[in-house]
Design a protein around this ligand. Structure first.
Ligand code: ADP
Length: 748
């Protein structure tokens, strides 16, 4: 593994890529030089041998003919001076004698055998060159004739040449080539090592830096030097480290933030759990006290003979039971507030009457303690209001009871003022002041906590559960207000709260107690309203909620399909004309998408038999026309649910007319007219149709037939009319609204 890694290093690779081709090249080149040099040397040797043999043949002609041996020897010795020549043999055919000079071991017989083969011939590291000796002095080179007894042939000469010198020269050449090759290989290796090191060293240092960074030291930076590519790499690594460092910092701060948040949540949870534990402990303790009294005194009663004492015991049992009942009521009320908040009813009532009745309840207690109970309502407080008078009375009653309880002499005053008034609602401030014992400043903040009382003696002396103010606080908040206490020990207290109520027209109040009763016939029913006009949405939702239904709203057919697919819905009210996906398509889709689709009731302003049929074919159970007839609508919902209940005109209570104040309707109509006016003036046509559609919807909803007729006329001809005509018609519609809503607001 390690060797493999070594081989894969830049160094090794560079070395291999340089040395392998270089070595191969050197070998091929060396082999070529040596072989070609050998060929040259051999050819030189052959030339020398051949020339020497021919020379000797011609020179020895006479000596051989005359049989002069010493002359032959002289000739022979002369040829030995030539380098490489090792010996010579003269052969005389006449007397078949041979003269040998120098080293030439091969026998004449063997030589003559060899003459038949190629010339020169090579035996035992000697080259032999043959030449015939003839009388004419003209050597006969034809080999076929060699050895034949030619009358003119005198004999032959053979010169022997050793290849020793050739071999030595060759050795020298090989040695020289080897030296040069080795040297060049060494130089190449050295160069490749140097280049390799110049590349690998910065790469190694980068690797080290990356390892350091990997270990967490992201502050260390790579040095940006060396070859361009390495510098780029170093720069990249530094950039990467910087961004990793930054994202680390970001991540750490995110983690720190999330952890802190988690800790806070945990603390809050712990606190909530602790509070719950305390609440339970406190509650069981509180309940136990009167219960113990009831049990204890019941036992005493069983044994007691004396009639007056029995009466006394019965009184204690009764008061303890009453206390227990109050406590249970308070606890239930409180946990109701704690779990899901209060549901407020919306009823119209008269302030003066409500207030008089409320104060009357407390007057006997005030009189009994000889305390002056005064009450006042500021002039600017609207007298005809819509809200939840019962819950409102609950808060004020609680505050008056407290004030009376903690006041021994002096007064308790209840004042109602108008803190602010908006277009359609008022914020009232109601304060209950007393000249009682007051509250210690440090106790005030805790008094809104459940079971909180100023001190433990309070319960003994005055009774109470300490839940009243906690409930009042929740109620005030549900009514969009706040509650606060201002008090000084020994000087009395002022407990005040604010709440939001809606001003209504006097005509909307019913005779008698001023309250309109609505049967909660739709309690627990979830209705999906698919309607694009926000005003209609608001109106129908308020109407349905008045009957106890839970409402979901879709702004178009597509939303309706999605909601019906995702959530539990008992009934769908589907407007036919809607953007994106119309009511008919949405109805078809909902019926098809679920095996058991909720009943769908169509709603439309322009109802034609054809349109009604389309909706019914799409799967609707019935179609209701707009303006919505409250009683018909509620009854058709009940019928679609197979509910045997029906409501009548009397029980309906005319909610539809009262849920949206006239001012709000007027504002919605004007808003649409303003938009239409603006579009006409600017020539913008994009949403003119939609505005007219919305206007007609509003008219339909409120049964404003004359106004609807005007809008219809406008719709029929606004596209072809002159600009001034259109503006004039819009003004007429505006004027009509003013007249209609002022004169005939009952209808609205
Ligand atoms: P409860 O009256 O049943 O004890 P509350 O929540 O109504 O419960 O009141 C909590 C405590 O606040 C009372 O026990 C009392 O100590 C203090 N408190 C409330 N109103 C007054 C007041 N007007 N004057 C003095 N103390 C008050």
């Amino acid at each position: 593994m390690r060797d493999k890694r070594k081989l894969s290093s830049i160094h090794a690779r560079l070395l291999l890529t340089t040395l392998i081709p270089l070595t191969l090249l050197s070998l091929i080149l060396g082999w070529y030089i040596v072989t070609s040099q050998r060929a040259v040397l051999l050819s030189n040797l052959h030339d020398t041998g051949r020339v020497a043999a021919q020379q000797m043949a011609s020179n020895a002609e006479f000596a051989l003919f005359s049989g002069n041996q010493s002359m032959l020897e002289t000739l022979g010795y002369s040829v030995l001076d030539i380098p490489s020549v090792s010996g010579i043999v003269f052969y005389n055919e006449i007397d078949e004698s041979t003269v040998r000079i120098g080293t030439i071991d091969v026998s004449a017989k063997r030589m003559s055998e060899a003459f038949g083969r190629d010339l020169p011939f090579f035996i035992d590291s000697y080259w032999y060159f043959y030449s015939p000796i003839t009388i004419s002095g003209i050597p006969i080179m034809d080999y076929d004739e060699v050895g034949q007894s030619d009358p003119e042939s005198l004999g032959w000469v053979v010169v022997a040449l050793t290849d020793q010198i050739l071999l030595e020269e060759q050795k020298e050449a090989i040695f020289g080539a080897l030296v040069v090759t080795t040297l060049s290989l060494l130089v190449a290796a050295w160069l490749s090592m140097r280049i390799g090191r110049s590349i690998s060293r910065p790469v190694e240092s980068l690797t080290e830096i990356v390892e350091v960074m990997e270990a967490g030291a992201l502050d260390s930076l790579a040095t940006e030097d060396g070859p361009l590519e390495i510098r780029k790499l170093a720069y990249g690594i530094n950039q990467l480290a910087t961004s990793v460092r930054e994202s680390n910092v970001r991540m750490q701060s995110e983690i720190a933030r999330a952890t802190a948040q988690l800790q806070i949540t945990l603390i809050e949870l712990e606190e909530a759990m602790e509070a719950q534990d305390q609440f339970l402990a406190r509650m069981s303790h509180e309940l136990r006290t009167p219960l113990t009294a009831v049990i204890g005194f019941s036992k005493l009663l069983a044994k007691e003979e004396d009639a007056s004492k029995r009466k006394e015991h019965l009184r204690v049992i009764e008061s303890s039971s009453t206390m227990l009942l109050t406590m249970i009521d308070d606890i239930l009320e409180f946990s109701k507030a704690h779990l899901g908040g209060f549901t407020l009813e919306k009823r119209n009532f008269n302030m003066d009457q409500w207030f008089t009745d409320l104060v009357a309840i407390h007057r006997p207690s005030a009189d009994a303690k000889n305390i002056a109970l005064t009450c006042s309502i500021a002039d600017d407080v609207p007298r005809n209001l819509s809200g939840d008078p019962v819950r409102l009375a609950q808060i004020v009653s609680n505050l008056i009871s407290n004030a009376l309880k903690f006041t021994d002499r002096g007064f308790v005053a209840v004042d109602i003022q108008c803190q602010s008034a908006e277009d359609n609602y008022v914020v009232l401030e109601c304060s209950v002041s007393d000249s009682g014992k007051g509250i210690a400043a440090d106790k005030i903040p805790i008094l809104f906590d459940p079971f909180a009382q100023e001190d433990t003696s309070i319960n003994r002396r005055f009774g109470g559960t300490g839940l009243g103010l906690a409930i009042c606080k929740r109620l005030a908040q549900t009514m969009g207000g706040e509650i606060k206490i201002e008090s000084e020990e020994g000087k009395g207290s002022v407990v005040s709260f604010t709440c939001r109520l809606y001003e209504v027209d006097e005509s909307m109040l019913e005779n008698g107690d001023g309250a309109m009763l609505t049967e909660k016939v739709l309690a627990g029913v979830t209705i999906l309203l698919a309607e694009d006009n926000p005003f209609n949405q608001k109106l129908i939702v308020k109407l349905l909620r008045g009957y106890g239904a839970d409402c979901l709203v879709a702004n178009n057919g597509l939303e309706a399909i999605e909601i019906a697919g995702d959530l539990h819905v008992d009934v769908v009210l589907m407007d036919i004309h809607m953007p994106i996906v119309d009511g008919v398509t949405a109805c078809e889709t909902i019926v098809q998408q679920s095996g058991e689709s909720p009943p769908i009731i169509g709603l439309t302003a322009d109802i034609t038999p054809m349109e009604q049929q389309r909706m019914l074919t799409a799967g609707a159970v019935s179609v209701q026309s707009k303006p919505v007839d409250e009683v018909k609508l509620v009854n058709s919902i009940l019928k679609s649910l197979n509910d045997v209940n029906v409501i009548s005109e009397n029980t309906g209570g005319g909610l539809l007319a009262s849920v949206i104040p006239v001012e709000e309707l007027k504002a919605a109509l004007y808003d649409n007219l303003d938009k239409l006016d603006l579009q006409l003036r600017s020539g913008e046509k994009s949403s003119q149709r939609q505005i007219i559609h919305d206007l007609m919807g509003l008219c339909g909803l409120y049964g404003m037939d004359e106004l609807r007729e005007l809008v219809l006329q406008f719709r029929a001809c606004y596209g072809t009319s002159e600009f001034e005509d259109n503006i004039k018609k819009v003004q007429d519609i505006r004027q009509h609204i003013e007249d209609y809503l002022v004169k005939d607001s009952n209808k609205a």
